[in-house]
Write a protein that binds this ligand. Structure first.
Ligand code: GLN
Length: 479
């Protein structure tokens, strides 16, 4: 069984009894056993829950019952997403022993659709990072080039799918953490619009930006997973009641005549030559597919990184206040309440998380709130306006996902600013709330994947998937 499984492949094989869901789960655990020591993509495996679910699917097959859409599909879940009875660490020492008493809505929906949850994937601590080197449990290696980072913060999920250790995976994206690791590892990766997927059970980093979304081996599989996890959830008041289209069917629609905007601001200094050439070739491919290309301007792009790091850290400093040694996770005793707080947070959080709490506390403090946080919110509105203006002229926006391909392990760890710049092309869409996908667009240096990013209108996921699928089918990954 060496085929690279897709969701469709699994469905057909399981329904035709060519393989049982149990055998398939067993095969994936064997693969994980063979590669995880090197890649460090999984932090926790959940074989008991996986096999119990596989047996339920196999019983349905045996009884000749109609199978749900993800019957028997082995999936991985980023370790910031709550799973009932399965340890959920957020890549942090402070939650090393935390076992959630409930499932995130996305996980619950996937299991209801027949998916088999193999385990939890490594990530930057509390999803803060762009290389997966901020995990308290060690970095993840990029399966395409193991001396390189997989991107972050959802590096474990991206690596698991790229290495064939899961058919698809869930990640989370606050400023680029689905799209950028997708680009670095060479797999499609998507964040839906803010509000498209319930955040219930997603352990918060920055609540106004956090989104759950899929990694998969092809765009149709992305559509299949997004379909299941999307839609209103009464447990998350920011989840939308907007209807969920049939994303898989939408991918088949013709793209001829669609208008694609190419924002000049996304092709600036600091961009790798090789990446630039591949993206140019990708844009040419859209032209060959009959799309109309338009140069557009998004004048506030330059302010996106600064704005993101004000808003995201402000929200993080508030969200992370709950780890106080009383309510969740680690507790280090001290001689007073204050010393217990200090010792717990001092020992439990890593350097990057502490840096963000300090930055976030600073921008929210009296005297600085107006200059930083409030101004940040105003600029955020201007960035969203850039997108709104663009979408009066075009149907989608195409950019590079990242200015550089995967960098070497350790290359940027001593320079937080360099690390923050890895997300220069992804944070804009995060601030604006629009959907975005990264799809493979060739490789540089013979091995390092390049990602092309497509943004769509709010709740225009179908259009994004349609363009991504056409690009993939036309050979975009091999440009
Ligand atoms: N790299 C960005 C950060 O460190 C984005 C992270 C994310 O999307 N979770 O905040």
């Amino acid at each position: 069984m060496t085929i690279s499984w897709t969701i469709e492949g699994v469905r057909e094989a399981v329904a035709a009894k060519k393989v049982s869901a149990r055998e398939l789960a067993g095969e994936f655990y064997k693969r994980i056993e063979a590669r995880n020591a090197e890649l460090n993509a999984f932090l926790t495996l959940s074989p008991e829950r996986a096999y119990a679910q596989a047996e339920r699917v196999d019983a349905m097959v045996a009884a000749g019952k109609p199978l749900p859409p993800l019957a028997g599909v082995p999936l991985a879940i980023k370790d910031v997403i709550s799973t009932r009875g399965i340890r959920t660490t957020c890549g942090s020492k402070i939650l090393e022993k935390y076992v959630p008493p409930y499932d995130a809505t996305a996980v619950e929906r996937l299991e209801k659709a027949g998916a088999v949850i193999l385990g939890k994937t490594n990530c930057d601590e509390f999803a803060m990072g762009s290389s997966n080197e901020n995990s308290a449990y060690g970095p993840v290696r990029n399966p395409e080039a193991t001396d390189h980072v997989p991107g972050g913060s959802s590096g474990g999920s991206a690596a698991a799918v790229a290495a064939g250790l899961a058919v698809a995976a869930l990640g989370t994206d606050t400023g680029g953490s689905i799209r950028q690791p997708g680009a670095f590892c060479g797999v499609p990766a998507m964040m839906g619009s803010y509000g498209r997927v319930s955040r219930y059970g997603l352990i918060a980093f920055a609540s106004s930006l956090d989104r759950i979304g899929p990694f998969a081996r092809n765009v149709k599989d992305i559509a299949s997973v997004l379909q299941i996890i999307s839609g209103r959830d009464p447990q998350d008041s920011t989840s939308t009641t907007a209807p969920v289209p049939d994303y898989r069917a939408e991918t088949e629609k013709p793209v001829k005549g669609l208008r694609i905007g190419i924002p000049t601001e996304y092709f600036g200094a600091g961009m790798d030559e090789g990446v630039h050439k591949k993206i140019e070739a990708g844009i040419e491919l859209f032209k060959k597919l009959g799309c109309k290309l338009l140069d557009i301007h998004m004048p506030h792009t330059d302010y996106a990184i600064a704005t993101y790091y004000i808003i995201a850290t402000a929200e993080a400093s508030s969200n992370l206040a709950r780890y106080d040694g009383v309510r969740y996770g680690l507790r280090v005793e001290g001689d007073s309440l204050l010393s217990m707080y200090r010792k717990t947070r001092g020992a439990g959080f890593g350097a990057e998380v502490k840096r963000r709490i300090m930055l976030g506390t600073y921008v929210l403090s009296a005297g600085y709130y107006d200059d930083y946080y409030l101004k940040g919110q105003k600029v955020r509105a201007l960035i969203a306006q850039d997108f709104q203006d663009a979408f009066t002229k075009v149907d989608a926006i195409v950019t590079p996902t990242s200015p550089v391909p995967a960098f070497r392990l350790g290359e940027r760890t001593n320079d937080p600013l360099q690390m923050y710049l890895a997300d220069i092309y992804t944070v804009t869409g995060s601030l604006a709330g629009v959907p975005g996908i990264s799809i493979p667009c060739g490789k540089v240096c013979g091995k390092l994947p390049v990602g092309l990013q497509i943004f769509g209108r709010p709740f225009g996921e179908a259009r994004v998937l349609q363009l991504a699928h056409a690009f993939e089918r036309a050979g975009g990954a091999d440009l």
